[in-house]
Structure formats: structure tokens, C-alpha cells
Design a binder for this molecule. Structure first.
Ligand code: BEZ
Ligand code: FE
Length: 306
């Protein structure tokens, strides 16, 4: 029979290759915040496992350190290269998916991106957000409803997109009119909204920094599938941060930040009818898009893995 003390296996506090993660995690104070302890110990476990699988040379490890250093150095008030890294690695979409498990039928979220601007101009339904006159005219209309199909009046719909040259207004201050292709609309008593704009086009994410170099080195392009951003909010409902995608964009299956979801690919109908154009106040031909938004009631996210 082993004695009471010999039953406890002796765990050396000294570093060794086989037990490396265990040795590091054993140093965690029992008084540390429980969630932080969990996060750090999982991180150490998986980081050590990755290093053991890859077996980097010192030179390779230093390349990784230099990449992370340059990623930090690229960050300014206007440029968040770490979020871009999280985006191109699919982590932003994964964190969002974990935190927004909605009932079926509810409009899903996708990536927010760095070009959202709070307090964009508020417009009446029917207004045109395209202020530079470039691009193919488009009319978007739809309803905001709950899961049962009941209209949600007074929902706020914030929308923004690039211009036809593939840049957001904030990327071209002084070149594009301020607040070009962004605006806030409010659904009417029947939950309806509508506005005019131009058909979105694909464009590259900022690729002049370390993340762009990494993408090029692993043979990936920086292009986002053509889309129009929406944030839809209404009291008592879970806010939706989403896009609609054009169905004809060649980058749908290879969006640089994995933002495409099948439910977010809209139908774009080309209308070649001058009278119809006149009725809605655009030149024919124009694109007509019908896009309903279904909001789920606010609920705390559930955690799948304890
Ligand atoms: C965007 O759609 O605006 C965007 C999303 C992720 C990274 C860069 C841009
Ligand atoms: Fe975008």
C-alpha cells in the first residue's frame, strides 16, 4: 500500500520539455481572477502544443516576434492592425458566432469592420446616401420584424458602404463628400424602410501593413466580397450587426475576413424600365433589392463550453 504522501505524485517545479505547459501553469496564483486563470492556462496549453508541433528554429520564432511587433507598431487611432489580424484569421467571426447564437429565422450577424462611424446623418425613408454620383443606382427596401413576423416600427437602420472606387468616405477625407454612402433610417409604422444608393462593389481590406504581407506570403488576396453594412437596433431586441452581399460577386466564397453567410446573400434584380425608375427617383436601369431584417429578442449569450 502506498503511504498517504507517496500517493501524491511529485511534480517538479523545474522546466522540462515534456511537461512545459504544466510547469508554467502551476505558477498561477490561486488568488488570480478565475476567468483570467482559465484563459491563461488554456492559452499556455495550446501555445506550447503548437510550438511542439511546429518545432520552430530560433530564427523562425524571432520572425514571429517581429511580425507581432510590427503589427503593434502599425496601430494608430485610425488603424487597428490586431483586429485586422483577428479578422483574416477568422477569429473575429468565431467570437461573434459564439456570442450571437440566435434562434433560426433571425437575421445573423457578421463582421463590423473598422469603417463604422457613429452619429451618421439621419435621413427620411427614400433618401439617397450616394453623394458622389458614382456607381449603378440601387433601391433597397424591406421590413424589420420580430421572429413571428410582427412589424417593428421605429427600428434604426444604420447603413454604410464603399463608393464605386472601393473606398469608404473616411478613407478619402477631402476626396469624397463627408458621410458619402452612410446614413441612418427609421422603420415606419409597418416596419418598412427604403433608401437609394449604388450597387456595392468588392474592395481590398487595408493591405499595406504586416497583415497584408502575411496574406500575400500565404497566397491569399485581401478582397472583401461586395457588401452593404447594416446595424439594426430596436428597444427590447438583440441589435444586429450585419451585411447584405451581392449574389454575383466572385469573392463570395473567398471573402478575406470570412464574413459571408448564405442567409446574407440578397437578390439583386436589374430593372430596365424608365417609368419605374422615375417612380422611385432613379435613372433606369437600376438595381432593386428587397431585404427584410428579423430581430430576436435580447437574450444573454449562452456558453457552449464551460
Ligand atoms: C469592412 O467590411 O469594412 C471590413 C471588415 C474587416 C476588415 C476590414 C474592412
Ligand atoms: Fe465593408
Amino acid at each position: 500500500m502506498p503511504s498517504a504522501t507517496s500517493a501524491v505524485p511529485f511534480a517538479s517545479p523545474y522546466f522540462d520539455e515534456a511537461r512545459s505547459a504544466e510547469v508554467v501553469n502551476a505558477r498561477m496564483s490561486e488568488n488570480a481572477d478565475a476567468r483570467l486563470s482559465q484563459v491563461m492556462s488554456v492559452l499556455v496549453k495550446h501555445l506550447h502544443a503548437a510550438v511542439k508541433e511546429v518545432e520552430p528554429t530560433h530564427e523562425e520564432w524571432f520572425t514571429a516576434i517581429r511580425f507581432l511587433t510590427e503589427t503593434g507598431q502599425m496601430c494608430t487611432d485610425w488603424r487597428q492592425e490586431y483586429i485586422l489580424l483577428s479578422d483574416v484569421l477568422g477569429v473575429s467571426m468565431l467570437v461573434d458566432a459564439i456570442n450571437h447564437r440566435r434562434p433560426s429565422g433571425a437575421t445573423p450577424n457578421t463582421i463590423l469592420g473598422p469603417f463604422y462611424v457613429a452619429n451618421a446623418p439621419e435621413y427620411p425613408n427614400g433618401a439617397n446616401i450616394c453623394l458622389d454620383g458614382k456607381g449603378e443606382p440601387m433601391v433597397v427596401e424591406g421590413r424589420v420584424t420580430d421572429i413571428e413576423g410582427n412589424p417593428i416600427p421605429d427600428a434604426k437602420l444604420e447603413v454604410w458602404q464603399t463608393n464605386d472606387d472601393g473606398f469608404y468616405d473616411v478613407q478619402q477625407k477631402g476626396i469624397q463628400p463627408d458621410s458619402n454612402l452612410r446614413g441612418v433610417f427609421t422603420s415606419d409604422a409597418e416596419g418598412r424602410y427604403w433608401f437609394k444608393s449604388v450597387k456595392p462593389r468588392h474592395y481590398p481590406i487595408p493591405s499595406d501593413g504586416p497583415v497584408g504581407k502575411l496574406l500575400a506570403a500565404i497566397g491569399r488576396h485581401p478582397n472583401r466580397a461586395a457588401h452593404l453594412h447594416f446595424i439594426v437596433t430596436a428597444p427590447g431586441f438583440d441589435p444586429v450587426i450585419t451585411h447584405i452581399f451581392t449574389p454575383d460577386c466572385p469573392y463570395l466564397p473567398e471573402d478575406a475576413v470570412f464574413g459571408v453567410k448564405r442567409e446574407l446573400i440578397a437578390e439583386f434584380n436589374k430593372i430596365d424600365d424608365p417609368e419605374a425608375g422615375e417612380r422611385v427617383g432613379v435613372l433606369s436601369p437600376f438595381w432593386s433589392v428587397s431585404w427584410d431584417v428579423t430581430l430576436a429578442t435580447s437574450a444573454k449569450p449562452t456558453r457552449a463550453i464551460p
